[in-house]
Ligand binder design. Structure first.
Ligand code: F0G
Length: 468
């Protein structure tokens, strides 16, 4: 199959939700007068296509809605919990299952419990997600990035650019001292590395290194089934294996996982921890009772838990995954065909535009990622998200902006929500902004909070002298 063509949607539409259609004038007014230039502050009622995140934004199936209606709201050990526990045990092959209110709740439990007895814990990974890094820091630790070199090259065609480099891992373990490394985390797929997948070989190799040093290995498993689909389609020996078998094998190499259910769980809220060790489970369950809720509901309603049990299975359906990954590839390939620099190959849940390449003449001090993201909204009412200098924040010591390796803009695709015509509309909108990029104004900050500035900063436009 070519990059452009992909299978038809293996579902039909039973319920629809109207999407707003606005004029350019309305969008300009909303962006600057209401939202002060910050796309997070644009009301959803003024967004035509929302590609801000793939988290909690998917469409549930008729079977999930049916499960919602039969959700059991008993406080403890509900019928819905029994179903979820049995489902998760079967899918992940882990005996202990603990629900949490969402991914970061699950991370809070795992990282607090595993890091608490170490003075300066070091947690290696393949590029931790922001909330994971935040929880490592909160627990007094530091995260280190051991992702493979291929991940740093936006043009390299490697099939598994999310892989963790076992050599770098060994070096970090030696540097930190084994006793200071409470766990290693593999994020599947690697969201901070453009959604690139991790190979089974890498999982196996990293597991062997961890076993050698006696260090637990955990997944950040938010997009576990998309990762399994890449293994099936790109890794030798897996082409004929069913997705559930691949998932089982992936989890057979790790000691546990934290997971946001809002992605491949196909639900709008929720999280999970799974693990093998009873003692660890007991500690996690104690923490959960304090922070999340009784260990059979963990901050979720019985109906949410019931919908997740169905969603976990639907997310592993091969026809669905072929369509899903195909849609992401389609969006990336169409943009690339139009000359827009795209981080390549496309990952599972999102297309990442390489703004460092697209707008190389705009100084980073003028925040080209924000300028581009805002222009996409004004052009077509499409909400996308800068993953660049503003997101990276300031160096706490120098107060200077931190510059990530690439200034990116992410187009995250909600699951089972948008059609091909809508993707074509996105392609048209972004291509138009790209072609007119020389006329984009720079951005300056007019308000900046001390932490997590991308959520609440306010901006104004400025004229600027271009580099070169
Ligand atoms: N881990 C990964 C890899 C994630 O992508 C996310 C969330 C989390 C953990 C935290 O999960 O939101 O349920 O608490 N990612 C979203 C995103 C927010 O837009 O990429 P959560």
């Amino acid at each position: 199959m070519s990059e452009i063509s992909y299978p038809f949607e293996p579902f039909k539409i039973k319920t629809v939700e109207s999407i707003p259609v606005t004029t350019r004038k309305e969008r300009e007014k909303i962006l600057w007068d209401v939202a002060k230039g910050n796309i997070f502050n644009v009301p959803a009622r003024a967004i035509t296509i929302d590609l801000l995140t793939d988290s909690g934004t998917g469409a549930m199936s008729d079977m999930q809605w049916a499960a919602i209606m039969s959700g059991d709201e008993s406080y403890a050990s509900s019928k819905s919990w029994e179903v979820l526990e049995a489902t998760a045990r079967e899918i992940f092959g882990m005996p202990f299952i603990l629900p949490a209110h969402q991914g970061r709740g699950a991370e809070h439990l795992v990282l607090t419990v595993l890091l608490e007895s170490i003075t300066r814990p070091v947690v290696p990974g393949n590029g931790h997600f922001d909330t994971t890094s935040g929880h490592i820091q909160w627990a007094g630790g530091v995260g280190v990035d051991c992702i493979c070199d291929e991940a740093r090259d936006p043009h390299n065609d490697s099939p598994f650019k999310g892989d963790l480099d076992p050599g770098k891992l060994r070096a970090e373990i030696k540097k930190a001292g084994v006793g200071n490394v409470p766990l290693v985390i593999l994020t599947i797929t690697a969201n901070t590395a453009a959604g690139q997948p991790v190979s089974m070989k890498c999982i196996r190799d990293v597991s062997a290194v961890c076993k050698e040093y006696g260090i637990p290995l955990f997944f950040d498993a938010a997009r576990f089934s998309e990762n399994a689909y890449f293994i099936k389609t790109r890794e030798k020996g897996y082409g004929n294996k069913p997705i559930p078998e691949i998932v089982k094998e992936m989890f057979s190499y790790v000691d546990g996982a934290s997971m946001s259910s809002k992605k491949d769980g196909l639900v709008n809220i929720g999280g999970l921890v799974v693990c093998r060790d009873r003692e660890l489970y007991r500690k996690l369950a104690n923490m959960a009772t304090l922070f999340e809720g009784f260990p059979t509901y963990g901050g979720q309603a019985g109906r949410d838990i019931a919908a997740l049990a169905v969603g976990l299975r639907e997310g592993m359906d091969e026809h669905y995954l072929a369509w899903r990954i195909g849609q992401t590839r389609y969006l990336g390939a169409k943009l690339r065909e139009n000359g827009v620099p795209v981080f390549w190959p496309t990952g599972g849940h999102a297309v990442y535009l390489n703004i460092s390449e697209a707008m190389e003449d705009m100084p980073l001090a003028a925040y080209p990622g924000i300028a581009f993201q805002n222009a996409v909204y004004v052009e077509g009412g499409v909400r996308v998200c800068e993953i660049g200098t503003i997101l990276a924040g300031r160096d706490p010591d120098t107060g200077e902006d931190r510059h990530p390796r690439f200034e990116l803009v992410r187009l995250a695709i909600p699951r089972r929500v948008y059609t091909q015509t809508q993707m074509d509309y996105v392609v048209g909108t972004i291509t138009k902004v790209y072609e007119g990029r020389e006329n984009l104004k720079g951005i300056r900050l007019i308000y900046e909070p001390p932490v997590l500035r991308h959520f609440t900063a306010e901006y104004a436009e400025m004229e600027l002298a271009r580099k070169g």
